[in-house]
Design a protein around this ligand. Structure first.
Ligand code: ADP
Length: 468
């Protein structure tokens, strides 16, 4: 239904209905209870009086054998008793009343002796209950021929029944409570719906490209949590978008330098300015290889980040993988006067993808060798620690400033750009390492070496059957 299409209108309707039902039932029940209590009170009060028995009325019946003409006797008795007197015959019909007004009233004498008098007063319908009769007249065989009710003298005070004013106050209380309920319903609905509307508005703005939008947490713990979740999501999207922009520009930047070199070299050869000597062709080949590596790295990274990297985890001896990586790096290390040393037990069996693990160690070794300034040693060590193996690659090279350490695993991040370019790096090696390690269930981190240089460590899970 269009009327209750919004969350706010539904909340208002629900809360208002709930309050109306609750307040209404409380009002009805309490009115009933109050009426009942008042009636009981009336009956008890009236029954508790000890009226003077108008014996003359009974004598009248005995003398005349009927009630005909008893009215004047009833009037007299009423005067003596200083109270109104009602006389009913054996069939509970009114025979005489000392009060004229009561003759027009609706009188109902129940078999249990309770007399209900109902009559119209200027203030409304008045009802009175009297338990009795105060005197019963019997004929000779002992059959009841008359019931005499002596009404309490202060009956006038009860003519506006307390129940009426009670009903009125209940009505006002109910009305007041309902208005209050509706206002509360509006307030509650606003309290819940406003934060939801803000979130919707923020989501729309985000959809139209405004990733800087944030919402203020409000409207109770759950909604505030939702708003915080939304903000976290918006921040993550914003960050990702920023990273994507940076990545595109970084990739363009990285491709431009080697492509420019290749183009310039080729153009000058075309123009006959330079000869295509074997050295120049080798240099062109190097640049092309660099581009090919860059593209490979980018593809690896893209696959890893999309979680689509294929990992073939098998139990494998870590020693074999470390030595394979070291052997592959041997020539480059020797050229720089660097010795590679492997140190660790042959019995450390990890559950890992052999090819990817060799790639990780090779990347770390390549960095370590590249950053050695003087001939020295690069150590690869490994050990088992609980359910995981820790592999470390330590060098005694330039080291990484402490403030750079948190960033070096970011894409295209280079501490020393010129040096990194010279060594052919594009700042993709460590991000790839991080992704490859994470894909195998491990962690990676970098520290400054104790005696200078850097230490890169990563973990791999130990193969289950070697766990004791
Ligand atoms: P690159 O391909 O440029 O080497 P990496 O992602 O492998 O990129 O490394 C990021 C940066 O971290 C490097 O540019 C370098 O400045 C720094 N770095 C990495 N490993 C070492 C190391 N062993 N010693 C000193 N600096 C290092």
């Amino acid at each position: 239904m269009q009327l209750f299409a919004t969350l706010r209108s539904r909340l208002i309707a629900m809360v208002a209905a709930l309050l109306a039902v609750t307040i209404g039932s409380v009002a009805v029940i309490s009115t009933r209870v109050a009426h009942y209590e008042i009636r009981k009170f009336d009956v008890e009060v009236h029954a508790g009086r000890a009226p003077r028995m108008p014996a003359a009325i009974a004598d009248y019946y005995r003398a005349h054998g009927s009630w005909i003409g008893v009215q004047s006797e009833v009037d007299r008795a009423a005067q003596t008793a200083q109270a109104d007197i009602l006389l009913f015959d054996g069939q509970n019909h009114l025979v005489a009343s000392s009060n004229r007004a009561l003759r027009d009233a609706h009188l109902d004498l129940a078999t249990d002796g309770t007399l209900t008098i109902e009559r119209r007063t200027p203030q409304g319908l008045a009802r009175e209950l009297i338990r009795g009769p105060q005197m019963v007249v019997r004929n000779d065989p002992g059959v009841i021929v008359g019931s005499i009710f002596i009404l309490p003298p202060q009956r006038g005070n009860l003519e506006l029944p307390a129940t009426r004013s009670l009903d009125r106050s209940f009505f006002w209380t109910f009305l007041g409570a309902t208005i209050f309920g509706v206002l509360m319903a509006i307030a509650i609905a606003r309290w819940i719906s406003v934060p939801v509307e803000r979130l919707t508005e923020a989501a729309r703005r985000m959809e139209s490209g405004d990733l800087a939008v944030r919402v203020e947490p409000a409207g109770g713990a759950e909604l505030a949590e939702l708003a915080r979740g939304f903000n976290a999501m918006a921040a993550a999207l914003d960050r990702n978008e920023e990273q994507r922009r940076r990545m595109v520009s970084d990739v363009a930047h990285e491709l431009r330098a080697p492509l420019t070199n290749i183009r310039c070299d080729l153009e000058s050869m075309q123009d006959g300015l330079t000869e295509p000597t074997p050295e120049r062709i080798a240099s062109l080949h190097d640049e092309t290889m660099h581009l090919a590596h860059l593209v490979d790295d980018l593809q690896d990274l893209a696959l890893a980040e999309a979680g689509r990297l294929e990992i073939d985890a098998q139990p494998v001896a870590l020693a074999a993988l470390a030595r394979r990586a070291a052997a592959g790096m041997e020539t480059r290390a020797r050229e720089r006067g660097v010795t590679l040393r492997c140190d660790g037990g042959d019995d450390v069996i990890v559950l890992a993808d052999a090819r990817r693990t060799v790639q990780i160690v090779t990347n770390l070794l390549a960095n370590a060798v590249a950053h050695m300034e003087t001939p020295g040693e690069v150590r690869i060590t490994w050990e088992q620690s609980g359910g995981e193996a820790i592999i470390r690659v330590a060098d005694s090279g330039t080291g990484i400033p402490a403030e750079e350490l948190p960033h070096i695993f970011e894409r295209f991040y280079r501490v020393d750009v010129s040096r990194s370019r010279a060594t052919g790096g594009a700042g993709l090696g460590l991000p790839i390492v991080r992704q490859l390690v994470a894909a195998q269930g491990g962690r990676v981190w970098a520290e400054r070496g104790v005696g200078g240089g850097s230490v890169f460590s990563f973990t791999l899970p130990i193969a289950a059957k070697t766990l004791t």
